[in-house]
Write a protein that binds this ligand. Structure first.
Ligand SMILES: [Zn+2]
Length: 314
Protein backbone atom coordinates (compact mmCIF):
# COMPACT_ATOMS: atom_id res chain seq x y z
CA UNK A 1 0.00 0.00 0.00
CA UNK A 2 2.74 2.37 1.00
CA UNK A 3 4.58 1.71 -2.25
CA UNK A 4 1.58 1.87 -4.51
CA UNK A 5 0.47 5.40 -3.65
CA UNK A 6 3.68 7.24 -4.62
CA UNK A 7 3.96 5.34 -7.89
CA UNK A 8 0.32 6.14 -8.66
CA UNK A 9 1.03 9.81 -7.91
CA UNK A 10 4.09 9.59 -10.08
CA UNK A 11 2.01 8.08 -12.86
CA UNK A 12 -0.57 10.85 -12.57
CA UNK A 13 2.15 13.50 -12.49
CA UNK A 14 3.84 12.06 -15.59
CA UNK A 15 0.51 11.88 -17.33
CA UNK A 16 -0.22 15.51 -16.50
CA UNK A 17 3.23 16.63 -17.65
CA UNK A 18 2.72 14.78 -20.90
CA UNK A 19 -0.65 16.44 -21.31
CA UNK A 20 0.80 19.93 -20.76
CA UNK A 21 3.70 19.09 -23.00
CA UNK A 22 1.36 18.08 -25.80
CA UNK A 23 -0.76 21.16 -25.21
CA UNK A 24 2.38 23.28 -25.41
CA UNK A 25 3.36 21.65 -28.72
CA UNK A 26 -0.08 22.26 -30.18
CA UNK A 27 -0.03 25.90 -29.08
CA UNK A 28 3.45 26.32 -30.56
CA UNK A 29 2.31 24.87 -33.89
CA UNK A 30 -0.67 27.22 -33.95
CA UNK A 31 1.45 30.28 -33.12
CA UNK A 32 4.12 29.40 -35.72
CA UNK A 33 1.46 28.67 -38.32
CA UNK A 34 -0.27 31.98 -37.73
CA UNK A 35 3.02 33.89 -37.85
CA UNK A 36 3.98 32.31 -41.17
CA UNK A 37 0.56 33.10 -42.59
CA UNK A 38 0.70 36.71 -41.43
CA UNK A 39 4.22 37.17 -42.80
CA UNK A 40 3.28 35.67 -46.14
CA UNK A 41 0.11 37.75 -46.40
CA UNK A 42 1.95 40.96 -45.54
CA UNK A 43 4.65 40.27 -48.09
CA UNK A 44 2.45 39.20 -50.94
CA UNK A 45 0.11 42.14 -50.68
CA UNK A 46 2.53 45.00 -50.22
CA UNK A 47 1.63 46.84 -53.38
CA UNK A 48 3.80 49.83 -52.80
CA UNK A 49 7.41 48.96 -52.08
CA UNK A 50 8.52 50.94 -49.11
CA UNK A 51 11.93 52.01 -50.14
CA UNK A 52 13.86 55.09 -49.15
CA UNK A 53 13.85 57.47 -52.07
CA UNK A 54 17.51 58.18 -52.01
CA UNK A 55 18.76 57.29 -55.44
CA UNK A 56 17.86 57.20 -59.07
CA UNK A 57 17.15 54.02 -60.96
CA UNK A 58 15.16 52.54 -58.21
CA UNK A 59 12.09 51.44 -60.05
CA UNK A 60 13.19 48.09 -61.30
CA UNK A 61 15.48 47.66 -58.39
CA UNK A 62 12.42 47.84 -56.22
CA UNK A 63 10.74 45.01 -57.94
CA UNK A 64 13.81 43.18 -59.10
CA UNK A 65 15.10 42.74 -55.63
CA UNK A 66 12.04 41.71 -53.79
CA UNK A 67 8.83 41.64 -55.67
CA UNK A 68 9.14 40.29 -59.20
CA UNK A 69 6.84 37.38 -58.54
CA UNK A 70 4.15 39.39 -56.87
CA UNK A 71 3.93 41.66 -59.88
CA UNK A 72 2.19 39.00 -61.83
CA UNK A 73 -0.56 39.29 -62.72
CA UNK A 74 0.55 42.78 -63.36
CA UNK A 75 -1.63 44.91 -61.14
CA UNK A 76 -1.11 44.88 -57.43
CA UNK A 77 -4.27 46.20 -55.97
CA UNK A 78 -3.87 46.47 -52.24
CA UNK A 79 -2.35 49.37 -50.42
CA UNK A 80 -3.34 52.94 -51.11
CA UNK A 81 -3.38 52.66 -54.90
CA UNK A 82 -2.98 50.25 -57.80
CA UNK A 83 0.52 49.91 -59.21
CA UNK A 84 1.13 48.46 -62.65
CA UNK A 85 4.41 47.40 -64.22
CA UNK A 86 3.13 45.31 -67.12
CA UNK A 87 -0.34 44.58 -68.36
CA UNK A 88 -0.96 41.35 -70.25
CA UNK A 89 -4.33 41.20 -71.95
CA UNK A 90 -5.90 38.59 -74.19
CA UNK A 91 -4.06 39.98 -77.21
CA UNK A 92 -0.31 39.99 -77.95
CA UNK A 93 0.30 43.68 -77.40
CA UNK A 94 2.76 46.05 -75.77
CA UNK A 95 2.37 49.65 -74.65
CA UNK A 96 4.55 52.61 -75.62
CA UNK A 97 5.11 55.32 -73.04
CA UNK A 98 7.31 58.40 -73.30
CA UNK A 99 8.39 60.47 -70.33
CA UNK A 100 9.21 64.07 -69.38
CA UNK A 101 8.60 66.32 -72.44
CA UNK A 102 11.58 68.64 -72.54
CA UNK A 103 12.36 67.90 -76.20
CA UNK A 104 9.25 67.71 -78.39
CA UNK A 105 9.94 66.01 -81.71
CA UNK A 106 7.99 66.67 -84.92
CA UNK A 107 9.18 63.40 -86.45
CA UNK A 108 7.49 61.51 -83.64
CA UNK A 109 4.18 63.14 -84.57
CA UNK A 110 4.71 62.05 -88.18
CA UNK A 111 5.30 58.46 -87.05
CA UNK A 112 2.17 58.59 -84.92
CA UNK A 113 0.18 59.78 -87.93
CA UNK A 114 1.75 57.25 -90.28
CA UNK A 115 1.29 54.18 -88.09
CA UNK A 116 -1.64 55.35 -85.94
CA UNK A 117 0.40 54.73 -82.84
CA UNK A 118 -1.33 54.88 -79.48
CA UNK A 119 1.21 56.49 -77.18
CA UNK A 120 0.87 57.56 -73.59
CA UNK A 121 3.16 60.35 -72.47
CA UNK A 122 3.85 61.08 -68.84
CA UNK A 123 4.54 64.80 -68.94
CA UNK A 124 6.27 67.06 -66.49
CA UNK A 125 4.01 70.12 -66.35
CA UNK A 126 6.90 72.53 -66.32
CA UNK A 127 8.23 70.97 -69.53
CA UNK A 128 4.80 70.86 -71.16
CA UNK A 129 4.24 74.56 -70.49
CA UNK A 130 7.08 75.41 -72.85
CA UNK A 131 5.41 73.90 -75.91
CA UNK A 132 1.63 73.86 -75.40
CA UNK A 133 0.86 73.77 -79.14
CA UNK A 134 3.00 70.72 -79.64
CA UNK A 135 1.08 68.78 -77.02
CA UNK A 136 -2.22 69.72 -78.62
CA UNK A 137 -0.88 68.23 -81.86
CA UNK A 138 0.28 65.18 -79.96
CA UNK A 139 -3.23 64.61 -78.59
CA UNK A 140 -4.76 65.25 -82.02
CA UNK A 141 -2.49 62.53 -83.40
CA UNK A 142 -3.83 59.97 -80.94
CA UNK A 143 -1.53 60.60 -77.99
CA UNK A 144 -2.63 60.57 -74.39
CA UNK A 145 -1.21 62.82 -71.68
CA UNK A 146 -0.78 61.59 -68.14
CA UNK A 147 0.85 62.91 -64.98
CA UNK A 148 4.60 63.00 -64.30
CA UNK A 149 4.44 65.73 -61.59
CA UNK A 150 4.98 69.47 -61.79
CA UNK A 151 8.76 69.56 -61.91
CA UNK A 152 10.08 66.03 -61.50
CA UNK A 153 11.20 65.75 -57.89
CA UNK A 154 11.93 62.64 -55.89
CA UNK A 155 8.45 62.42 -54.43
CA UNK A 156 9.52 60.41 -51.40
CA UNK A 157 11.65 63.36 -50.30
CA UNK A 158 8.61 65.60 -49.98
CA UNK A 159 5.89 65.98 -47.38
CA UNK A 160 2.50 64.51 -48.17
CA UNK A 161 1.10 67.99 -48.84
CA UNK A 162 3.91 68.83 -51.26
CA UNK A 163 3.51 65.49 -52.98
CA UNK A 164 -0.17 66.24 -53.50
CA UNK A 165 0.75 69.63 -54.98
CA UNK A 166 3.26 68.02 -57.33
CA UNK A 167 0.70 65.46 -58.50
CA UNK A 168 -2.53 67.45 -58.56
CA UNK A 169 -1.37 70.67 -60.18
CA UNK A 170 -0.58 68.94 -63.51
CA UNK A 171 -3.96 67.23 -63.39
CA UNK A 172 -5.58 70.66 -63.52
CA UNK A 173 -3.16 71.99 -66.11
CA UNK A 174 -3.62 69.05 -68.47
CA UNK A 175 -7.41 69.41 -68.50
CA UNK A 176 -6.92 71.62 -71.57
CA UNK A 177 -5.90 68.47 -73.47
CA UNK A 178 -8.88 66.32 -72.61
CA UNK A 179 -10.00 64.23 -69.67
CA UNK A 180 -7.85 64.92 -66.61
CA UNK A 181 -4.99 62.48 -66.08
CA UNK A 182 -5.66 59.59 -63.74
CA UNK A 183 -2.31 57.83 -64.12
CA UNK A 184 0.88 58.87 -62.36
CA UNK A 185 4.39 57.87 -63.28
CA UNK A 186 6.52 58.90 -60.33
CA UNK A 187 9.80 60.54 -61.41
CA UNK A 188 12.70 58.09 -61.21
CA UNK A 189 10.13 55.42 -60.36
CA UNK A 190 10.49 56.69 -56.81
CA UNK A 191 7.48 55.94 -54.68
CA UNK A 192 6.35 54.47 -51.42
CA UNK A 193 3.07 54.12 -49.59
CA UNK A 194 2.95 57.85 -48.80
CA UNK A 195 3.28 58.65 -52.51
CA UNK A 196 0.52 56.13 -53.10
CA UNK A 197 -1.66 58.00 -50.63
CA UNK A 198 -0.80 61.37 -52.20
CA UNK A 199 -1.68 59.99 -55.62
CA UNK A 200 -4.94 58.58 -54.39
CA UNK A 201 -5.81 61.87 -52.68
CA UNK A 202 -5.14 63.59 -56.02
CA UNK A 203 -7.67 61.34 -57.80
CA UNK A 204 -5.00 59.24 -59.50
CA UNK A 205 -6.19 55.70 -60.21
CA UNK A 206 -2.93 54.00 -61.15
CA UNK A 207 0.76 54.39 -60.56
CA UNK A 208 2.20 53.21 -63.86
CA UNK A 209 5.74 51.88 -63.89
CA UNK A 210 7.42 49.96 -66.73
CA UNK A 211 9.24 46.74 -67.37
CA UNK A 212 11.09 47.50 -70.59
CA UNK A 213 13.08 50.45 -71.86
CA UNK A 214 14.66 51.62 -75.09
CA UNK A 215 17.74 53.66 -74.46
CA UNK A 216 20.73 54.31 -76.72
CA UNK A 217 19.20 51.96 -79.28
CA UNK A 218 19.16 49.09 -76.86
CA UNK A 219 16.21 47.29 -75.45
CA UNK A 220 16.42 46.43 -71.77
CA UNK A 221 13.82 44.35 -70.05
CA UNK A 222 13.34 43.45 -66.45
CA UNK A 223 13.36 39.77 -67.30
CA UNK A 224 16.54 40.05 -69.34
CA UNK A 225 14.69 38.39 -72.20
CA UNK A 226 13.16 39.95 -75.28
CA UNK A 227 10.06 42.00 -75.49
CA UNK A 228 6.95 40.11 -74.46
CA UNK A 229 3.25 40.64 -74.60
CA UNK A 230 2.03 42.97 -71.89
CA UNK A 231 5.27 44.93 -71.57
CA UNK A 232 5.01 48.62 -70.74
CA UNK A 233 7.92 50.21 -72.59
CA UNK A 234 9.62 53.41 -71.48
CA UNK A 235 11.20 56.01 -73.75
CA UNK A 236 12.04 59.65 -73.13
CA UNK A 237 11.46 62.87 -75.03
CA UNK A 238 15.10 63.33 -75.88
CA UNK A 239 16.89 64.36 -79.07
CA UNK A 240 16.79 61.39 -81.46
CA UNK A 241 13.59 59.97 -80.00
CA UNK A 242 12.18 59.38 -83.49
CA UNK A 243 15.04 57.02 -84.30
CA UNK A 244 14.67 55.24 -80.98
CA UNK A 245 10.97 54.89 -81.67
CA UNK A 246 11.62 53.45 -85.15
CA UNK A 247 13.96 50.89 -83.64
CA UNK A 248 11.36 49.97 -81.10
CA UNK A 249 8.69 49.61 -83.78
CA UNK A 250 11.01 47.33 -85.71
CA UNK A 251 11.49 45.12 -82.67
CA UNK A 252 7.76 45.07 -81.98
CA UNK A 253 7.07 44.08 -85.58
CA UNK A 254 9.64 41.26 -85.52
CA UNK A 255 8.03 39.90 -82.38
CA UNK A 256 4.60 39.93 -84.08
CA UNK A 257 3.26 42.15 -81.36
CA UNK A 258 0.72 44.92 -81.65
CA UNK A 259 0.63 48.24 -79.84
CA UNK A 260 -2.32 48.99 -77.61
CA UNK A 261 -3.56 52.03 -75.74
CA UNK A 262 -2.49 51.59 -72.13
CA UNK A 263 -5.33 53.62 -70.66
CA UNK A 264 -7.91 51.57 -72.54
CA UNK A 265 -6.32 48.38 -71.23
CA UNK A 266 -6.16 49.70 -67.67
CA UNK A 267 -9.81 50.66 -67.74
CA UNK A 268 -10.96 47.44 -69.37
CA UNK A 269 -12.19 49.24 -72.48
CA UNK A 270 -12.21 47.70 -75.97
CA UNK A 271 -8.66 47.96 -77.30
CA UNK A 272 -7.66 49.96 -80.34
CA UNK A 273 -4.65 47.96 -81.48
CA UNK A 274 -2.03 49.13 -83.94
CA UNK A 275 -0.59 46.27 -86.02
CA UNK A 276 2.53 47.24 -87.93
CA UNK A 277 1.99 45.95 -91.46
CA UNK A 278 4.53 47.84 -93.51
CA UNK A 279 8.29 47.41 -93.12
CA UNK A 280 9.80 49.81 -90.60
CA UNK A 281 12.58 51.91 -92.13
CA UNK A 282 15.35 51.56 -89.60
CA UNK A 283 18.55 53.22 -90.73
CA UNK A 284 20.91 50.71 -89.13
CA UNK A 285 20.61 47.11 -87.97
CA UNK A 286 18.19 46.96 -85.13
CA UNK A 287 19.77 46.21 -81.85
CA UNK A 288 17.81 43.56 -80.07
CA UNK A 289 20.38 43.07 -77.40
CA UNK A 290 18.57 42.52 -74.21
CA UNK A 291 20.30 42.99 -70.98
CA UNK A 292 19.07 42.25 -67.54
CA UNK A 293 19.55 45.66 -66.15
CA UNK A 294 17.70 48.15 -64.19
CA UNK A 295 15.01 49.61 -66.37
CA UNK A 296 14.42 52.81 -64.59
CA UNK A 297 13.84 56.48 -64.99
CA UNK A 298 17.15 58.08 -65.64
CA UNK A 299 16.72 61.13 -67.72
CA UNK A 300 14.80 63.58 -65.69
CA UNK A 301 16.04 67.06 -66.31
CA UNK A 302 14.85 68.51 -63.07
CA UNK A 303 16.16 66.74 -60.08
CA UNK A 304 15.61 69.33 -57.43
CA UNK A 305 13.16 68.70 -54.70
CA UNK A 306 11.35 71.93 -54.12
CA UNK A 307 8.67 73.09 -51.82
CA UNK A 308 5.88 72.98 -54.35
CA UNK A 309 3.69 75.13 -52.21
CA UNK A 310 5.80 78.18 -52.77
CA UNK A 311 8.59 77.60 -55.22
CA UNK A 312 8.23 76.76 -58.86
CA UNK A 313 11.80 77.15 -59.86
CA UNK A 314 13.33 74.42 -61.99
ZN1 LIG B 1 10.93 61.47 -65.82
Amino acid sequence: MIDVKPSFQKFVSVKLSLKYFLLGIILLVIVVGLSVKILYFTHSTSAVPNKPGSSTNMALNNKGSESVDQLSPSITSTGPIKVVYELPVNQPVVYITIDDGWYPNQEVLKLMQQYHLPITTYLVEQAAQKHPDYWHEFVNDGGRIEDHTFNHPFLTHLSLADQINQISQPIDYFRQYGPPPDELRPPYGDFNSVVGQAAKDSMIKYIVMWDAEIKNSKLSTRSGLGLKSGDIILLHWEPGLDQELLKLLSIIQKQNLGIADLSQALNGEPLTICWLKTPIPVSEPTSTITTKTRVAGTSGKTVTSVDTGTSRSK
